[in-house]
Design a protein around this ligand. Structure first.
Ligand code: DC
Length: 229
């Protein structure tokens, strides 16, 4: 019997904030008939729970306990993931400034990451997924069929995030500084820092349109699929 699942790829897209991962992952998934999973949304959901439960972002034990008692669900949609925390739709709330800041802080803890990685592996194991994050190609799926490291010039990334936040009416003044601080934390933490996997394809979206990035990844994916037979 033909196992159709074996032909479905696992595609990892990693990179810093503002590089365009979410939109690109959603569009690539749609083109291939795959699901897009936003691993950062899971860290954000836990961060929200920590905020609401008054847990300190430094308290690894408390955070892990919280994670174990949580149900974090990602529902892929054409424009990203709908995120359910213990059955409640928190998709909008987790994009706010306080949660964004907190997510970067709770994600430094190895035990929190271990819990997240285990959940993410369960979600993507069957293939047919485009998972985006910081450590998908290095830790979650080191054997992913296709690994993309999507980057862009920091000034461009800051501008993109600023534009997104402005739409939501958030103050713009310190946004760029906060993004730089989060970037630095994500890249320099001891546990699974943001780095490109050795076998990742590096894509710099600074001078590339979103369409061009999506097309390149789709082309690479189709080549992988053809090679799988
Ligand atoms: O992708 P994002 O900006 O929504 O992620 C929020 C935070 O979660 C980010 O500051 C780093 C962390 N994160 C991570 O450590 N590992 C991932 N795979 C995804 C996100």
């Amino acid at each position: 019997m033909v196992d159709f699942n074996s032909k479905k790829l696992i595609i990892a897209i990693d990179g810093p904030a503002g590089a365009g991962k979410s939109t690109v992952a959603a569009r690539v998934a749609r083109k291939l008939g795959y699901v897009n999973l936003d691993s950062g949304a899971m860290y954000r959901a836990l961060a929200l729970k920590a905020i609401e439960g008054d847990a300190a972002f430094e308290d690894e034990d408390a955070l892990v306990k919280m994670a174990h008692g949580s149900r974090i669900r990602l529902e892929p949609t054409v424009s990203g993931n709908r995120v359910l925390l213990d059955g409640r739709d928190v998709s909008g709330r987790i994009r706010e400034r306080d949660v964004t800041e907190a997510a970067s802080k709770v994600s430094v803890h190895p035990a929190v990451r271990a819990w997240m990685v285990a959940r993410q592996r369960e979600m993507g194991l069957g293939g047919g997924v485009v998972m985006e994050g910081r450590d998908i190609g290095t830790k979650v799926f080191p054997d992913a069929d296709l690994k993309i490291f999507l980057d862009a010039d920091p000034v461009i990334r800051e501008q993109r995030r600023l534009d997104q936040q402005r739409i939501k009416g958030a103050p713009a003044e310190s946004m760029a500084a906060e993004l730089r601080e989060r970037d630095l934390r994500d890249r320099t933490r001891a546990a699974s820092p943001l780095v490109a996997a050795e076998d990742a394809m590096l894509l710099d979206s600074t001078h590339l349109s979103e369409d061009a990035v999506v097309e390149q990844i789709e082309r690479l994916a189709r080549e992988k699929l053809a090679a799988k037979g």
